[in-house]
Design a protein around this ligand. Structure first.
Ligand SMILES: Cc1cc2nc3c(=O)[nH]c(=O)nc-3n(C[C@H](O)[C@H](O)[C@H](O)COP(=O)(O)O)c2cc1C
Length: 207
């Protein structure tokens, strides 16, 4: 069965603009593909494992030849489990606001967990090149920001997301961006999000 993973990175629950946009996308997707399994990983509501001393030691152990303790092995397995949940998805949606020109720290935390040498990317010492180890698959970005246009030098959200997922081998990117979500009233905010309905439904139909 086709598995869809929705990684959501706003803490704003039902008030999240990126979440509301992802919902429009997913409602349409569900209508078209009722048998597909859709799982949402809300990063602000999930317990991501720490990526500290033991995990960074484990990350480089195969390269440096370090012997891991049993506890480090166990902690590394937790990291591999997060990666496995991600990699099981046939299609991925990442919905996120821009935070300070980039992405919320919880999404960066998630990325720091799933980007691992010999697991999700490889390195050729002869050519000095990195290459992705994950199979390519459709990846829909649903992005919001209050005032930064796509292509602006301050936009480190979309270029970063494209490059880090591409780094792991996921290159089939589709993008919907709401560039100016900050509106004076809740009615105007809702109206602005509603303007993306057709684009999101179309994206869902093509996903
Ligand atoms: C901590 C924080 C930092 C933000 N930084 C930016 C920013 O650098 N540029 C921008 O245009 N909007 C910024 N915003 C606004 C959000 O990107 C915008 O309101 C977005 O639509 C929120 O999406 P959400 O409702 O899904 O969380 C920031 C918001 C927060 C809470």
């Amino acid at each position: 069965m086709t598995k869809v993973l929705h990684v959501h990175a706003s803490p704003k629950r039902e008030y999240s603009a990126s979440g509301q946009m992802a919902d429009i996308f997913l409602d349409e997707y569900r209508k078209i593909n009722p048998a597909h399994e859709i799982e949402t990983l809300s990063l602000f509501e999930s317990d991501l494992p720490e990526f500290g001393f033991d995990q960074t030691t484990a990350k480089f152990a195969p390269i440096f030849g370090d012997q891991l303790t049993q506890e480090q092995e166990q902690k590394w397995q937790v990291i591999l489990d997060v990666i496995s949940r991600f990699d099981k998805a046939d299609k991925i949606i990442v919905s996120t606001p821009m935070w300070n020109g980039s992405i919320p720290y919880k999404l960066k935390h998630y990325i720091d967990i799933i980007v691992q040498p010999l697991v999700t990317f490889g390195f050729n010492p002869e050519t000095g090149e990195h290459f992705g180890l994950l199979k390519d698959r459709p990846l829909q970005f649903v992005l919001t920001r209050s005032s930064v246009p796509v292509g602006d030098p301050f936009d480190n959200q979309l270029p970063y997301l494209r490059s880090i997922f591409g780094f792991m081998g996921i290159l089939d990117h589709r993008v919907v961006v709401a560039e100016s979500t900050t509106r004076p009233t809740s009615e105007e905010r809702a109206q602005y999000i509603a303007e993306f309905s057709e684009i999101l439904k179309q994206a869902a139909a093509e996903f």
